[in-house]
Ligand binder design. Structure first.
Ligand SMILES: CC(C)(COP(=O)(O)OP(=O)(O)OC[C@H]1O[C@@H](n2cnc3c(N)ncnc32)[C@H](O)[C@@H]1OP(=O)(O)O)[C@@H](O)C(=O)NCCC(=O)NCCS
Length: 159
């Protein structure tokens, strides 16, 4: 999709996100969590907009040498149209822009094959498993992209 705009998530985006969070996006976080995240200096969030409407969002937390992907979501009717890939490639660029980052890490539900495939497409590798991480039921797979293992083409895009 060519005309998708990526921008920093702002407090004013939250009204729109709140309206669609439970209908269209999966119910990850309530809006108060987002409010706190936007005030956190170690967090960065982006939204994908089509014709000025939010159709996806994603975010990262920075720790010392690792960037953690906190979430990445495409609105249901826009899935499989490259929005998740656009968001993820922007997160990777944001991680690259931080000083001293050697890896990008995330947890993904072991049942969430779509997300695992998305991350694999960008070179993320499985590095561990957290048993019963989600609701004390589902396992989390830990995936990492090492900056040094990033394909040259992606390095150029991200620099
Ligand atoms: C995971 C998610 C963000 C992918 O977003 P998307 O906009 O559909 O992603 P894209 O269209 O860019 O797809 C990129 C790749 O992901 C994989 N993928 C996406 N959806 C898939 C599906 N339903 N089945 C298998 N692979 C899938 C494919 O490898 C795809 O590449 P391809 O189209 O060239 O085959 C989306 O499914 C979503 O919002 N899921 C709910 C929230 C979530 O689980 N987030 C991840 C939390 S860790």
């Amino acid at each position: 999709m060519d005309n998708v705009q990526i921008s920093k998530m702002t407090i004013s985006d939250l009204n729109e996100i709140e309206n669609i969070l439970f209908s269209d996006f999966d119910d990850f976080w309530n809006i108060n969590v987002f409010k706190n995240e936007l005030l956190n200096p170690n967090s960065k969030y982006i939204v994908a907009k089509l014709n000025n409407k939010i159709i996806g969002y994603a975010g990262i937390w920075k720790s010392v040498d690792d960037v953690h992907i906190t979430n990445i979501v495409t609105a249901k009717k826009f899935r499989r149209q490259n929005i998740g890939s656009i968001l993820l490639s922007n997160l990777i660029q944001m991680a690259k822009a931080e000083n001293g980052i050697t890896s990008i890490t995330l947890e993904v539900n072991s049942n969430n094959i779509s997300a695992q495939k998305l991350y694999e497409k960008f070179g993320f590798k499985v590095v561990g498993l957290r048993k019963k991480y989600y609701n004390n039921t589902d396992d989390a797979i830990i995936m990492t992209l090492k900056m040094k293992d990033m394909p040259q083409s992606m390095r150029n895009t991200c620099e």
